[in-house]
Design a protein around this ligand. Structure first.
Ligand SMILES: [Zn+2]
Length: 434
């Protein structure tokens, strides 16, 4: 097996094992612990040493990992890569059990972010997330993560005979059409608390112990490498777990002990980043201040550190669509396996400018990796990402990039096998800059 396919399969395994942002962070913690990183709880006193590796987490769904270099951080700044742990989908509402026709048991859900709704129909789905349990310490409920490892429900389409216009494009109502079917009630089953009982059984706790939960749906089926020459990665959540995975690989592979490297995995990018664990909050700024002071540096040195730092905001990008090239810019057409894509926007929804773009282009050249550029069609409004939100908190030089992909926000997205290796190589080269 080629090393590119091997890396793509590692990514597919990582996504499969990370069905919620809580599982993303928990899996990253396991990896970092085994690589000699020390956890720094946000609530404890931090003491840092040059040459050591650390991480901290926020809300169990965001993670910040860093290796402290031997040189003074004020002079070297920090080399940062940012990505996000969340993906668009469905969150389960409180008291979610609903009865239809006296027999069907459905779950009440709310849409999270901007999924392509129709891609979620007729697929085996399951449930994953965080459960808060009763605790003697009221301010600190016990936390457990749950992922039900079997196909549990589906959102059935309406048959074409009952919906003759279906192929002309239909509006799916989020409250009516998108509720998953969980089972058929029989005399033995009670409608109420069916979900809580299921979760309790899975966690081996009493259902009365469960106080609250953050649970989302995920596609049960695992991703795969596919295509005529095994050139594609077909999987959910490539946006943005592909960049989380590439950033983590690079942090672990970097051999640079002189300067400081950091990987930031924010939550809630898909809903605008405006939460305490999102890129729009002071979480990163606060962590940077603590790193600075815990190394014995002063406020003046903090600002020196900020202005010597560089950030790669890594979030997936659009490849030109084979059936709809007209939706893209007339000139710039990034393709799958053409290398990482630099995202550019005149009105700065993307942070890239001539300066930061040039830095990343030179990194790619040094890494011997091809790269491409993306701009929106001038009459279409594109998406936003982490970079411009984060610079609202700290003014660091930043470039926005991501790997080219098709079907962004489908439950099953399509990326390139070679691109994953290209971007990982570019990240390693970035972290190794002295
Ligand atoms: Zn994204």
């Amino acid at each position: 097996m080629s090393s590119e396919i091997q890396l793509a399969n590692e990514l597919i395994d990582f996504i499969y094992e990370s069905p919620s942002p809580y599982h993303v962070v928990s899996n990253l913690k396991t990896t970092l612990n085994s690589e000699g990183f020390t956890e720094l709880p946000l609530t404890s006193t931090w003491k840092l040493e040059a040459g050591k590796k650390y991480y901290t987490t926020k809300n169990d769904s965001a993670l910040f990992a860093f290796t402290i270099g031997q040189k003074n951080i004020a002079e070297t700044g920090i080399k940062m890569i940012c990505a996000h742990s969340d993906s668009p989908g469905f969150k389960i509402k409180p008291q979610p059990e609903m009865l239809a026709e006296g027999k069907y048991l459905k779950l009440n859900t709310e849409v999270y972010g901007g999924p392509i709704l129709m891609t979620w129909m007729d697929r085996p789905l399951s449930i994953a997330g965080r459960v808060s349990l009763k605790s003697d310490d009221i301010l600190n409920p016990k936390t457990k993560f749950v992922s039900i490892n079997r196909p549990l429900m589906t959102i059935p389409n309406l048959a074409i005979h009952l919906n003759r216009q279906v192929n002309d494009g239909i509006a799916l109502n989020k409250q009516i059409d998108m509720l998953p079917l969980l089972g058929m009630l029989n005399d033995k089953l009670e409608k109420d608390n069916y979900l809580l009982n299921l979760i309790a059984e899975e966690l081996k706790v009493d259902a009365a112990e469960i106080i609250d939960f953050d649970l989302t749906l995920f596609e049960y089926e695992k991703g795969c490498v596919m295509g005529l020459n095994n050139e594609f990665i077909s999987s959910g959540k490539l946006d943005d777990l592909a960049m989380v995975h590439a950033g983590t690989k690079a942090l672990l592979e970097s051999s640079n002990t002189e300067t400081t490297q950091m990987l930031c995995v924010f939550d809630n990018e898909e809903v605008g980043s405006g939460t305490k664990q999102g890129a729009g909050s002071p979480v990163l700024k606060n962590i940077l201040e603590r790193i600075n002071f815990a190394l014995g540096n002063n406020t003046e040195q903090y600002f020196q550190m900020i202005y010597n730092s560089f950030m790669i905001s890594a979030d997936m990008a659009h490849a030109v669509h084979p059936n709809n090239a007209g939706k893209h810019d007339p000139i710039l057409h990034p393709v799958i396996n053409g290398g990482p894509v630099i995202k550019i926007h005149a009105n700065q929804k993307y942070t890239t400018d001539g300066d930061s773009g040039a830095v990343y282009e030179m990194i790619c050249k040094k890494a011997d990796v091809p790269y491409q550029k993306f701009v929106n069609r001038s009459d279409l409004v594109g998406g936003s990402t982490l970079g411009n939100v984060s610079t609202g908190q700290i003014d660091i030089r930043t470039i926005d990039m991501g790997n080219p992909m098709l079907a962004m926000h489908s439950v099953r997205e399509l990326g390139g096998v070679s691109d994953h290796t290209y971007t990982t190589k570019s990240f390693v080269t970035f972290y190794n800059l002295k």
